[in-house]
Design a protein around this ligand. Structure first.
Ligand code: C5P
Length: 242
């Protein structure tokens, strides 16, 4: 497994766009030595694997955020296809179970590129009431810890987690387990629809390895300048780690 703690490119920009042309317009403004990018279900469904390859050819590491959740054989094949595209990170739902996650790990180990393999625990859109409806009679935080522990035991490199969960997961799962955290805002940014936000520096202090940042950069008047500013803040605070 890699040691993402020493990675200088901690910012992962969410390319939440409907088309390749919109994403391309942003990418031309960004410096790939300062960030990575995340391609999710909307852009992937519209632009496809060819666009993922194009972004990689532009010099960006790609987190393919498709949250695979299916029978073990299907997820293993999907993860292998993602690895063959050359992505840097790919993810699955931990609630698919340990056998599914282990099958995904085996697929990664058989690939030549070996992307980081990350699990999603409890979607932050799910409340306690939603979990009760699903027959899960514990708190979201307890379920997050249960699934993150299972993910670690099943060979995942880390999990996506909210800022509110980062310190708790870091304490239970150790320093090497990769925590990928959205809900990041700098001073003065609009929270948009995010309920609990943290600054980039606070997220890393709480134990995040990678910060998923969307609108604060993608909707900025000067996206390249905003990226450089956040990158400088992190470098100033954590240059001993980067
Ligand atoms: O624009 P913003 O910075 O809020 O974008 C955050 C990104 O992180 C989006 O792509 C969103 O789907 C993703 N995300 C999130 N909360 C989670 C998991 C993923 O905001 N719990």
């Amino acid at each position: 497994m890699t040691t993402p703690k020493f990675d200088p490119k901690r910012i992962v920009i969410a390319l939440d766009f409907a088309s390749a042309s919109e994403a391309r317009a942003l990418l031309t403004l960004l410096n790939p030595s300062l960030c990575r990018v995340k391609i999710g279900k909307e852009l992937f469904t519209s632009a496809g694997p060819a666009f993922v390859k194009e972004v990689i050819a532009m010099g960006f590491d790609v987190f393919l955020d498709l949250k695979f959740h299916d029978i073990p054989n299907t997820v293993a094949k999907a993860v292998a296809a993602a690895a063959a595209l050359g992505v840097w990170m790919v993810n699955v739902h931990a609630s698919g179970g340990s056998e599914m996650m282990r099958a995904a790990r085996t697929a990664i180990e058989s690939s030549s590129s070996k992307p980081l393999l990350i699990a999603v625990t409890v979607l932050t859109s799910l409340s306690q009431t939603d979990l009760m409806e699903l027959g899960i009679a514990i708190t979201p935080a307890q379920q997050v810890l249960r699934l993150a522990t299972l993910a670690q035991q099943s060979g995942m490199d880390g999990v996506v987690c909210s800022a509110a969960e980062t310190a708790m997961l870091r304490a239970h799962l150790g320093d090497a387990f990769c925590l990928v955290t959205p809900g990041i805002r700098t001073e003065g940014d609009d929270a948009n629809d995010q309920k609990r936000i943290v600054t980039p520096v606070d997220a890393i202090l709480a134990g995040s390895h990678y910060l998923v940042i969307g609108r604060p950069i993608t909707k900025a008047a000067d996206p390249g300048g905003k990226l450089a500013l956040i990158s400088e803040q992190l470098h100033g605070s954590f240059s001993n780690l980067c």
